[in-house]
Ligand binder design. Structure first.
Ligand code: SF4
Length: 195
């Protein structure tokens, strides 16, 4: 096994993550039901970008990728609940995409050429909200934001709460968090470090 690139933790933190920890890729839980939630009860961005279901390869391929992953880095951003309930949420989620993409780029530069990263939320609303269409859906043009827009973990069925627990973080979802609106919550991403 190649040496673990611990520098990626610093890269994530420098880019804006509150914390980043390696988790065992084989132990990450992938569940078809999580990917199915994108369709039913449904996300308003379902089908609107090449990075969202039904246009992504989904849980089956995620399991294949995990089997080929050397190291998996869970990334967390701690954010006040009030921010996640406000329009500023879009900025936070954009930053989450940028952080995991930055770590992915660093992993590639270190020789982990097949590295991939995943965030949360649809890149359609986060990066292309002012555009009518996702530019890649036609199959004729490139993504407008190839350096930072990444697919969501949800569309690939990743059990985010389980990943949080594996990383040693509080995994309670926002709705279950206690306290007032200035209490902290979190958003999370994942980087698969692959040769
Ligand atoms: S063009 Fe926009 S909506 Fe389409 S994949 Fe890229 S960032 Fe996402």
């Amino acid at each position: 096994m190649v040496e673990r690139p611990d520098i990626l933790i610093a890269v994530a933190k420098q880019a804006g993550a509150s914390d980043a920890r390696f988790v065992v890729p084989e132990k990450l839980v992938v569940d078809e039901n999580f990917a199915a939630y994108c369709k039913e009860p449904g996300c308003p961005n379902y089908g609107l970008s090449l990075s969202c279901p039904p246009h992504v390869s989904g849980p089956r391929v995620m399991r294949e990728w995990l089997a080929e992953t050397e190291y998996a880095l869970a990334v967390k951003m701690e954010v006040p609940k009030s921010v996640l309930h406000s329009v500023e949420r879009l900025e936070v989620m954009r930053l989450l995409h940028e952080i995991v993409a930055e770590v992915e780029h660093k992993a590639v530069s270190l020789g982990f050429q097949q590295s991939k990263s995943f965030a949360g939320g649809s890149c359609k609303v986060l990066f292309c909200g002012e555009h009518g269409n996702c530019q890649t859906l036609s199959g004729k043009q490139q993504c407008r934001n190839p350096r930072s827009a990444r697919p969501s973990m949800s569309g690939f069925g990743v059990d985010v709460a389980s990943m949080m627990k594996m990383a040693g973080w509080d995994s309670r979802p926002l709705a279950d968090s206690e306290g007032e609106d200035d209490a902290m919550s979190w958003v999370a991403g994942l980087v698969l470090v692959c040769l």
